[in-house]
Design a protein around this ligand. Sequence first.
Ligand SMILES: Cc1cc2nc3c(=O)[nH]c(=O)nc-3n(C[C@H](O)[C@H](O)[C@H](O)COP(=O)(O)O)c2cc1C
Length: 177
Amino acid sequence: MTEGGTAAGRISFLLSLRAVREFREDPVPQGVIDDVLEVARLSGSASNKQPWELVVIRDRTTLRALAGVEGYADHLAGATLGIVPVMSGGRVEQEAYDEGRLCERIMLAARAHGVGSSIGWFVGGGVPAVKELLGVPQERRVRSAVSLGYPKEGGRRGRGPARKPLSEIVHEERYGR
Ligand SMILES: Cc1cc2nc3c(=O)[nH]c(=O)nc-3n(C[C@H](O)[C@H](O)[C@H](O)COP(=O)(O)O)c2cc1C
């Protein structure tokens, strides 16, 4: 593989992905959004079902409304745009996995352009509220959104602790070693 500079540079890019929840106001160019959507479109999925559609939201009023429903996606309120994956509503386990991959790819493609992002989940009454706001049919599954925008300097970052060391999570040959 030779695309995109050295292996060290590409690894460093992957290591640099962090959740960004506060954004500047400058718009994200359509070319960037097109790249993000293309990378999302090419995501792998269980049995290659590609069980997703994507709602791209730029309207500030809608973003604020989505940020206000039950869940953990309040960062949508200040995002330049949001992408809500609408999953087909089929096999739950496979689709959850597929949706995670999709969102990670959206975040990485955005990051390649210097655009920050964060996942936000909708829960409880937030889910039907999102469907209502976006006109999503009842039988489809909505679980998350990705907020996107250029990162605000000094903005709120990572809510969790630092990552666990490899020594805590990697086992050689058999679990427990
Ligand atoms: C499945 C999943 C669900 C998440 N849900 C939310 C969420 O609802 N709201 C939010 O602000 N961040 C959410 N996040 C982002 C995590 O909080 C974030 O990845 C984690 O805290 C590590 O942050 P960092 O990448 O900045 O280090 C979610 C991430 C994943 C993978």
